[in-house]
Design a protein around this ligand. Sequence first.
Ligand code: GLU
Length: 436
Amino acid sequence: MIVTTRFAPSPTGILHVGNVRTALHNWLWARKHGGRFLLRIDDTDLERSKEEYVEGIRADLAWLGLDIDGEERQSARFALYEAEFEKLKAAGRVYACYETPEELDIRRKVLLSRGLPPVYERKSEGAPVPEGIAPHWRFRLDHDAPIEWADMVRGPQHFEPKTMSDPVVRRADGSWLYLLPSVIDDIAMGISHVVRGEDHVSNTAAQIQMFEALGAAPPAFAHEALLVGTEGKLSKRLGSLGMANLRDAGIEPIALVALLARLGTSDPVEPVTSPEPLVESIDFARFGRAPARFDEAELALLGQKILHHTDHGAVADRLPAAITAARWNAIRPNLMTVAEAAGWVPVFDGPFAPPPAGDGDGPVLAAAAAAAPGIDWEADPWHSLTAAVKEATGAKGRALFLPLRRALTGRDHGPDMAELLPLIAKDEAVVRLSAA
Ligand code: GLU
């Protein structure tokens, strides 16, 4: 068996963090097993589906590094659905229904008022067929056998089909609901594992019988707990938090991948710089049943940690040429985003506006300006400079280091000066110290 997974979004909106998490888990699982990861565009709803969303989905997956091994579109597959539907009809597994929504609603309320579960009641075989009404279609659940599967996240699952309504699979206008086309595609595309949110668990129960009715063994299922925000009110933000928002905030895709791969699992979130360790370690048995909490602040922090050991080569195409590998290594512990690196170019190469000297910094700066021209910049200029100034003025600690850092970088905080100073040209440093 070739492990084949699919990500099956409806192109009726942008991908948000929750969808991306599902896509990622499908991708990780396929990559772990050397299998295939398909993108299936669930665009049976022709009115609400938009091409711009399809393009957005592709772009987001590419940005995240979730490469696909094929793309399918449900709107191109109606002929197949029609043929499979006819087979089920001939076998008596789908049947025509004529109730109006109002009738169904009344019936539901009557059942509930009697304390009964609001399960759809099939009409008897010989019930009269109303004239001039186009039917909608339901799938006939087999009531005789319990539905069971071993869910990779939730463990053994058990449903009594008698307690379930026969699901509607096709509307009176001929359009498809999600359930049946999805099963037909999962069979046709050889899907071995269906990974999706736990909001689909009861769909799975019905779909397992559809697989069987179509003569196929059902795939394995993993239903993951849903993603929630840190606060109740953040869930709304979570639902609208798209990849463009994150990209604009300077979040690196690997940070989101690293967080979403492990959130809600018993494995720790780690600041990885490539997805390989996540591919190796994905294991649905380690996914929890409780909702996973997504925290944007945690994402930003993780992103920062990842940046701090990201190699120059991985970001060079987004850095100014002046940020060489050595300069990148020096400044990366102080960056929140890659874009911030550009702000350090003037620190290295100017133009440089000297900050006003603090009270009492005069002697330290004067001693530094006097010592700097004689220092060997190839060796360890920061230690030579501070040693010379200390000897000349007796200054030490903060009173020694801060005025020099300020005069040389224009900032109060920043990378280790021993690493930074050799990366500023000696002439430039001498000018800065003399000007201070
Ligand atoms: N289009 C469905 C959804 O977005 C797909 C569910 C599935 O993975 O089967 O909910």
